[in-house]
Design a protein around this ligand. Structure first.
Ligand code: ASP
Length: 353
């Protein structure tokens, strides 16, 4: 009990913004990419604008931080593709030596994909790279944007490297974040991992256990493959889908299976997966349940799959599994190397035991 008490004490600590006026302001770069946070009505719905629309909200933050703003794209995040992830990763890698932290404003719809992808593309990034956005545009009186920006800037100034998502006063690892609400303010959850930080009455309360180890050499590893398909299993799904995906040239499939990793094996159920694996496609099995882990060793149907050579995605989010596979294929890894890679945690994206 006593041990538990002390372990909690040493793992939680607080970061307060502007605690002493003697401290020089932290240099924070804001990269804007669009999204609701910077949107305004356009006649046919909300459309993103450039950063001038954020000027009023940034003014207040300038009391605490030295802020540089760079508009790198102006997109609804539904339109953000792997090419844009590469553009963001390159800009971040180029600029990071000049800043204490980087905030990336981004649409919420695909933020979890971008944050996961950049986690793998920017190993050991030594400064915080913090994604944020909002459900209601900054231009509206009751926007959640100002609050999200405050949390993101506090995280960006905290001095701990890694890629994070800050939203609704919570900070999570980029590779664990999932958008769970289409319009509610608590839009993101950290799946199967504690929050890296929370805003409390004491400031930004950080959990040291959830801060990535970024002590290795920082690198830009931005090659990605787009030949990865995310497939949700449904009862009675035809195995032909796997043949079709192979024919279309896919090199990787993330299969969201049932519960602990169940897959329909009756009839021709497994034949499609078997063919895909034989053709050299890496098939990663995750669960379509949001929480907990796929474990193929529990049921007979799962063990049959393991014998075919599928890869366990365990408790990874589909976004993390998908982007890790895109990244691994982009790095030129073969089926065996990819299986090996998925048995390792690169940035806390998977729980191994
Ligand atoms: N459609 C918007 C986007 O992802 C939604 C948002 O930002 O909340 O760009």
């Amino acid at each position: 009990m006593l041990f538990y008490f002390f372990s909690v004490i040493i793992t939680m600590y607080y970061y307060r913004v502007g605690e002493t006026s003697m401290e020089p302001k932290k240099q924070i770069l804001l990269l804007t990419t669009g999204g609701t946070i910077a949107s305004a009505p356009n006649g046919d719905g909300l459309a993103p604008r450039r950063s001038d629309i954020m000027a009023h909200d940034l003014q207040r933050l300038r009391e605490y931080y030295e802020i540089t703003v760079e508009d790198i794209m102006c997109l609804d995040s539904s339109n953000i593709r792997p090419e844009e992830w590469q553009q963001m990763a390159r800009v971040i890698f180029d600029r990071y030596p000049s800043y204490d932290g980087i905030v990336v404003s981004h649409g919420t719809d695909t933020m979890a994909y971008t944050a996961s992808a950049l986690t793998f593309m920017l190993p050991n990034i030594p400064i915080p790279v913090v994604f944020t956005g909002s459900q209601v545009p900054l231009t509206q009186a009751l926007s959640d944007g100002p609050d999200n920006l405050r949390t993101a800037f506090a995280m960006a100034a905290c001095g701990h490297g890694g890629v994070f998502v800050a939203f609704d006063r919570k900070v999570m690892r980029g590779c664990r974040a999932v958008k769970v609400r289409a319009s509610g303010f608590s839009a993101f959850e950290s799946i199967n991992a504690r929050y890296a930080g929370r805003v409390t009455g004491r400031g930004l309360e950080l959990d040291a256990r959830m801060l990535p180890d970024c002590t290795g050499a920082p690198a830009l590893r931005d090659a990605l493959s787009k030949d990865v398909f995310l497939l949700k299993l449904t009862p009675g799904l035809s195995p032909d889908i796997f043949y079709a995906l192979a024919q279309m040239g896919y090199k990787g499939i993330v299969l969201e299976a049932f519960g602990l990793g169940g897959v329909n094996v009756l009839g021709q159920g497994l034949s499609g997966i078997q063919k895909a694996v034989e053709l050299g496609i890496s098939v990663v099995i995750t669960t379509q349940c949001l929480y907990d882990s796929a474990d193929l060793r529990v049921y007979q149907v799962g063990n049959q799959l393991l014998e075919l050579g599928v890869i366990q995605g365990r408790d990874m989010t589909s976004e993390a599994a998908m982007t890790k596979l895109m990244w691994a294929l982009g790095q030129g890894m073969d089926q065996q190397q990819i299986a090996q890679l998925f048995s390792q945690s690169l940035a806390g994206e998977i729980t191994l035991n």
